[in-house]
Design a protein around this ligand. Structure first.
Ligand SMILES: *Cc1c(COP(=O)(O)O)cnc(C)c1O
Length: 359
């Protein structure tokens, strides 16, 4: 069976060496030594000024919305993982969808201004599949209308824009280290800002609002992560370069083998150092997609329809029209892509896809 992704696991003895350290110190959570070490190493690896490690990418988004005190309407993308929208609703704000660009699959800046009302407080945009949004255009709109910017950079481990980490843009960027992501810590997430004050505030929000052991500075939640997750993160970080390099090879190999498949690819934004985290392909019709998917499934290969359905169709929010996102959602399929996937398996997948197209 080939799933759309399979988590990377480091050599067990390397993980065990960290587990021994946990037993030695008898410290399991609450910003322990391994967590501090991971935060420093990730900051260094990704080239970040400030970085907070939290329990997952969804909490990271909720903390970001809370820290910026967002109210009312947040303009967001309908083409993303559910957490981008649900975090907005969970924080009692209203998601307003600006449609996406048909080539980059990211929020279309030209659609944002039309969504702005007196109640708009922010833009929450996803760098879909690690492809940076039109950062300059979004910044210009935010500045003009005094809006805050949050980037859901869940897919962006290792992505650079104009020579620096894409996480360094916006008021806050969040990332996910879930087991299915390119780099993972089992569960986990991160928050990045340029502001030391905001980082400080987020650190308090992450820890129940504790100011000292006996006093609180506002309401907070438990966004902390454990020493065990940090241990997985520290082990996996040693393989991050290898994973990124291999991922690019695998991505290019698919493209080479699928030359004769009638599909198109996401347009990657200029000045980007991309991470090749996913392999999304856009079919000409939903019919062709469904045929390809069922042929793959007959062979125990399970691609995923990322992202389907378009979030503008969720039944717990007001219906909003986003025809481009609806259309892309129906035509897009992510093929299996993960570190252990072999070229032989890729060959097998490609043969099935070509056969499905040609009969
Ligand atoms: C994975 C993901 C999240 C959520 O991250 P978790 O760590 O699973 O909570 C949020 N947004 C996007 C775009 C994602 O892909």
């Amino acid at each position: 069976m080939i799933q759309v992704t399979t988590p990377f696991l480091p050599p067990k003895e390397e993980f065990n060496a960290y587990i021994d350290k946990i037993w030695d110190k008898n410290w399991l959570t609450n910003n322990g030594p391994l967590l501090n070490e991971l935060e420093l190493e990730l900051k260094d690896y990704l080239g970040l000024e400030h970085f907070l490690y939290v329990n997952n990418g969804t909490t990271a988004l909720q903390l970001a919305i809370k820290a910026l005190k967002l109210k009312g309407e947040i303009i967001t993308t309908p083409f993303s993982f559910i957490a981008t929208t649900s975090a907005i609703v969970w924080e009692n704000c209203k998601p307003v969808f600006a449609d996406i660009d048909a080539n980059t699959y990211n929020i279309d800046p030209n659609k944002i201004e039309g969504c702005i009302t007196d109640n708009t407080s922010a833009i929450l945009a996803t760098h879909v599949f690690g492809n940076p949004c039109d950062i300059e255009a979004i910044e210009a709109i935010a500045q003009k209308h005094n809006l805050r910017i949050i980037y859901d950079a869940a897919h962006c481990f290792g992505v650079k824009y104009k020579g620096k980490s894409v996480l360094e843009y916006g008021d806050i960027s969040t990332i996910s280290f879930h087991a299915t992501k390119l780099y993972h810590t089992t569960e986990g997430g991160g928050i990045v800002t340029q502001s030391p004050e905001l980082t400080h505030k987020l650190a308090k929000l992450r820890n129940f609002g504790f100011k000292t052991a006996e006093s609180f500075d506002g309401v907070g939640i438990n966004g902390k992560n454990s020493e065990f997750h940090s241990a997985m993160g520290l082990c996996n970080l040693k393989y991050a370069d290898e994973i990124l390099t291999k991922r690019k090879d695998q991505f290019k190999y698919y493209q080479l083998k699928l030359e004769n498949l009638d599909i198109s690819y996401q347009a990657i934004y200029k000045d980007t150092m991309y991470n090749y985290a996913y392999f999304p392909i856009l079919f000409k019709s939903e019919e062709a997609l469904l045929k390809a998917k069922s042929e793959l499934e007959l062979n125990w290969i399970y691609p995923r329809r990322y992202f389907y359905p378009s979030l503008s169709n969720l039944d717990y929010i007001e219906k909003q029209k986003t025809p481009i996102s609806d259309d892309i959602s129906k035509h897009i399929l992510c093929l299996p892509l993960y570190h252990q996937l072999t070229y032989e398996e890729q060959d097998f997948i490609c043969r099935i896809l070509l056969r499905a197209q040609n009969n």
